[in-house]
Design a protein around this ligand. Sequence first.
Ligand SMILES: [Zn+2]
Length: 253
Amino acid sequence: MQEDSPIQNENTPDTTVLPRPNTRRRTRGVVIGAAALVALGLTGVAVATTGSDQPAPAAVSLDAQTRAQAASRADRSARETTAPATPAASASPSPSKASPTPAPTKTATAKPKPRKTTRPTPAWVDPMPGAAVTSCYGQRWGTLHAGIDLALPSGTPIHAAAAGTVVQAGDAADGYGNSVFVDHGNGYLTHYAHQSRIAVTVGQKVKAGQVIGYEGATGDATGPHLHFEVHQGMWNQIDPAPFMRAHGVDLGC
Ligand SMILES: [Zn+2]
């Protein structure tokens, strides 16, 4: 169809020119003029091709008119779309105003800190792994043996059974020798006696498994061993075996 090609030609420059804001007014005039010319030309073509067919040119001219209206409408809509574009461009300074927002990002970087301080459930460990149990908690020779004896060669490292704070470190009375007491903050303390050397000081925070001293035979001890006690409140010794077993550590008693 020959009629289609001029219409498309008219349409193509229209859409391509429209986005330019400066030439808008001029192009609109040109477009309308072009549309009118095209309508005239089409009429001529239509007359030439269809001969005495009258309704056809009328339809084409109507079509050209609606196209021109659509073009002006498109022009307006294009202007409206460019108008919000300028507030958007003027909004670009406001991001620069909002650029002081790096300050909030500093507080955001501070967020990981509380996550680090969130203490995981204190894990409990064997205070002297691989040691032989030479005595359990219970009556012995008419008195209460208030702890578990764990034996390995003298100088073997002794580990904190769980995280806590050292509340006593030194020579304890009653034959305990060099002793360390760790308060675990949950109402329970652990007590490590007969040490040859103490490796921590009072007030020191220790982690589970941290070396707090070395096995020895200070105090009343027939040979080098760790005398390990669990206190439910200071000096209220309980059987360490079921307590430690409840925390996942089997001491063998
Ligand atoms: Zn003992």
